[in-house]
Design a protein. Structure first.
Length: 295
């Protein structure tokens, strides 16, 4: 996927646990990386943290940037004019794009964080040169972005690719939307912490790590069967932290259920972009969405 930026851009990755920011060059290099926890007593306080991080990154960079790209958890409405991240309960229909435009006096593009990762993987990641693939984030939450025929799928409100909300098992924990049996309610960092009685997901024993991988593989295999694609690239602290336990179990489950000619051989691979994937994706979202509006 070709990404063309006119110059360096400010990039913000807003997740359920942390907000990361940096300046990204037209070659996909991350400069001036900083992060803060995603905390605040209310939505305005959290926005103040996001704005403060953005200003700190810009001050460190010390030169003009062309625009600001933002990756944020979903869902959203109005082409990401209003965001309601499931794992950030203090933002409901929050006008993030317009608020950042006003505060920073820059063109701002807001995109779902996992869709942004899909752009990053096609630009400088594991899906370079691939026209059909799925990208996923398995972290505090579970999200996805789908590229078909070289185009990122958007959907009516920009929420296409929400693989965290596909059915994977009977029973179990309800997700943040209250549904039982969906992938996010079983495999997200929040779900794993609940299973471990409040201990961090990093403490999970091998059998839990493999179960998470199996459920993610089940979701990926279903998407591969449905959409005629053979590559899934997965980032996020849970997936990358669990490593071989996760990816081995996920691949085994994909192999079990992908038996059609168009899905047999589907691979799941770790994102090579590591913790910078979300920031690079937020920058790539500028190229994807900058023509949709003007300040």
């Amino acid at each position: 996927m070709e990404i063309s930026l006119d110059g360096p851009v400010l990039a913000l990755d807003i997740g359920g646990t942390k907000v990361a920011g940096g300046v990204v060059t037209p070659a996909g290099q991350v400069l001036c990386r900083r992060q803060v926890p995603t905390v605040g007593p209310d939505g305005e306080a959290l926005f103040a943290r996001v704005e403060g991080l953005a200003r700190a990154v810009l001050a460190e960079h010390g030169e003009p940037v062309a625009a600001c790209g933002v990756g944020c958890g979903g869902p959203a409405r109005g082409g990401h004019r209003l965001v309601s991240p499931l794992n950030i309960g203090i933002w409901r229909d929050f006008p993030l794009r317009d608020r950042l435009c006003d505060a920073l006096q820059l063109p701002v593009v807001v995109e779902n964080d996992a869709k942004a990762l899909a752009l990053a993987e096609g630009w400088v990641g594991a899906a370079t040169g691939v026209d059909n693939y799925l990208a996923m984030v398995v972290s505090t939450g579970v999200g996805g972005g789908i590229v078909l025929d070289g185009r990122l799928l958007d959907g009516t409100d920009g929420n296409a690719g929400h693989i965290g909300h596909v059915f994977v098992t009977e029973g179990g924990r309800a997700d943040a939307a209250g549904a039982v049996g969906l992938l996010e309610g079983q495999a997200s960092g929040l779900a794993i912490a609940d299973l471990l009685n409040g201990r961090p997901p990093a403490d999970a024993p091998p059998q839990v790590r493999r179960r998470v991988g199996t459920l993610v593989g089940r979701g990926v295999g279903s998407v591969a069967n449905l959409l005629d694609l053979r590559l899934a690239v997965v980032g996020g602290s849970v997936a990358l932290g669990y490593g071989d336990d996760f990816f081995g179990a996920a691949q085994a489950e994909i192999d079990r259920i992908c038996r059609l000619d168009h899905s047999r051989g589907t691979r799941i691979v770790p994102s090579p972009l590591g913790p910078d994937g979300g920031i690079i994706g937020a920058a790539a979202a500028v190229d994807h969405g900058i023509t949709k509006f003007v300040i």
